[in-house]
Design a protein around this ligand. Structure first.
Ligand SMILES: Cc1cc2nc3c(=O)[nH]c(=O)nc-3n(C[C@H](O)[C@H](O)[C@H](O)COP(=O)(O)OP(=O)(O)OC[C@H]3O[C@@H](n4cnc5c(N)ncnc54)[C@H](O)[C@@H]3O)c2cc1C
Length: 465
């Protein structure tokens, strides 16, 4: 057997535009190897999604004469064992920019190189490596619009073609089975997610094409309205690299007749998030605006419990939290509303909310999530000012006027007329009665009063201003 190349498969479960796999296949025998990293915590929802996507990826690789080997443990130790056992001459991977993994990979690359093993790393996560877009003075951008303008001037490499055939060696070690990775929970709570999400590249392309042909045109006007379903729902596929962002970018550029900029702007928020994460690796836990380190947060156990369970008494907040629990996704506008509610109405630290999201989202992404939470909490770069406190009822009236989204996720309110669906506690007794609701029994009273909570939040903000 010729010395093979090991390609570490991580958040790039695809065969199209896979720079590491593509490069290795040009050279000879390839061992695609997925090592479940026991040192990195994966959220429960994402674990389920990962299981389903690895399963599909195994079939995809088999269909081009390949296969996927699986293992788990401390990545550098497990990899070193595989290199030894297979006499691999090289290891390739697409880079991951989560700070701990990025640093670990750099150390691992040095160690392998010092043993005479060739290491090559590639850009497979972003449009451009996150150090590429910088200000003229060489420092990273902190303002999104300037970052966006700068990136839009760059040439983005075209996606690589999908692999048609690969050559894998015969190995004595079969590695682990997918079930041995132990990604699925013992209690199968994921049946709704199972019915919504199809794993794999084919499903991702289908979703992208359907979005481009049917919804892109109305995206700009409609993306903020959760009941309209005009967003792409591509984030779960991007989070595991089942679809390539360069592929999306170029497919978008080719849509000459459609308004592409609004969607492009969102895609580039993702790039900006990664730039911030790379340059400020503490940003998942530390406020980027240092003033917020002094902020006096509360530990409101009751509020926390109600927020996580979707029982705050604010229907739009509850709808979002229940959508998240059931589907593993939440609409972007609603993410902003629930995050604002947690950090400003309940004064619970954004880091706690961010952690909950990482555990429950199937699109959990450290860069986007940290950026989103810091933005809402007011402590991020180019963030919403802290004193701009969303009124959840007004947000709901504006973005879910007919209550379509609320009725979907908070069915106990479905018989309320539009006028009261945003704030059932304002509804007269006879209206509640004919809608079949007893407040405090069928649906909770608001956990906090908006006006009082707003005043309290602003007082807290004054302390650090
Ligand atoms: C508090 C909070 C937490 C968030 N956590 C995550 C997370 O863990 N993972 C995640 O992928 N996104 C996160 N986002 C960003 C955004 O909500 C999701 O990317 C979006 O809702 C995904 O749905 P979609 O694919 O239909 O988006 P679309 O509107 O169709 O956008 C297309 C793509 O652009 C990117 N994008 C869109 N909006 C943003 C944004 N505000 N920031 C960065 N990238 C964006 C995503 O990759 C998305 O898939 C968070 C936002 C907030 C406010």
């Amino acid at each position: 057997m010729k010395n093979p190349i090991i390609v570490l498969i991580r958040e790039d479960l695809r065969i199209h535009d896979h720079p590491a796999l593509y490069a290795a296949c040009q050279v000879g025998h390839v061992i695609p190897l997925y090592i479940l990293d026991e040192e990195t915590t994966l959220g429960e929802a994402k674990k389920w999604w990962l299981h389903r996507n690895i399963e599909t990826y195994q079939h995809t690789l088999q269909s081009i004469n390949g296969r996927l080997w699986l293992d788990k443990g401390k990545v550098e130790e497990v990899l070193s064992q595989w290199v030894k056992n297979t006499n691999a001459k090289a290891v390739y991977w697409n880079r991951i920019y989560e700070p701990d993994i990025y640093q670990r990979d750099r150390t691992m690359a040095q160690s392998l190189s010092s043993q005479g093993i060739q290491v090559k790393t590639f850009e497979g996560t972003l449009l451009l490596p996150p150090w590429k877009i910088k200000k003229d003075d060489g420092t990273p951008y902190k303002v999104y619009s300037a970052y966006y303008r700068s990136l839009r001037k760059e040439e983005i490499p075209k996606p690589l073609p999908a692999l048609k055939r690969m050559s894998v060696p015969q190995l004595q070690d079969d590695g682990m089975t997918l079930n041995e990775l132990d990604l699925l929970p013992t209690i199968p709570w994921y049946h709704i997610m199972e019915s919504i999400w199809d794993p794999g590249e084919e499903a991702a392309f289908k979703r992208m094409n359907s979005f481009f042909t049917k919804r892109l045109h109305d995206y700009s006007e409609g993306r903020d309205f959760p009941g309209k379903g005009l967003h792409s729902t591509l984030s779960p596929y991007l989070a595991l690299g089942v679809i390539s962002v360069r592929g999306i970018y170029h497919a978008l550029i080719d849509m000459e007749s459609k308004p592409i900029e609004p969607f492009m702007k969102q895609l580039i928020w993702r790039e900006f998030s990664y730039s911030v994460l790379l340059h400020y690796p503490e940003s998942p836990i530390r406020p980027l605006n240092e003033k917020f380190a002094e902020f006096h947060w509360h530990s409101d156990d009751e509020g926390w419990e109600k927020w996580t369970k979707g029982k705050t008494g604010y229907p739009i907040v509850d709808a979002g939290m229940r959508e998240l629990w059931a589907t593993g996704l939440m609409h972007n506008r609603v993410r902003m509303i629930v995050a604002s509610f947690l950090t400003k109405h309940l004064l619970i630290p954004w880091q706690k909310g961010a952690e909950w999201f990482l555990d429950t989202l199937i699109d959990a992404d450290l860069a986007n999530n940290s950026m989103g939470w810091q933005w809402v909490a007011g402590s991020g770069f180019d963030a919403a000012p802290y004193f701009r406190i969303f009124n959840p009822t007004l947000q709901s009236e504006k973005f879910d006027k007919e209550g379509t989204y609320i009725r979907m996720w908070v069915p106990e309110l479905s018989h309320l007329p539009n006028r009261y669906i945003h704030k059932p506690s304002d509804a007269p007794g006879d209206v509640l009665k004919s809608a079949g609701i007893t407040l405090g029994v069928d649906y909770p009273y608001p956990v906090v009063d908006h006006k009082a909570a707003r005043k309290r939040a602003l007082e807290h903000y004054e302390e650090i201003k």
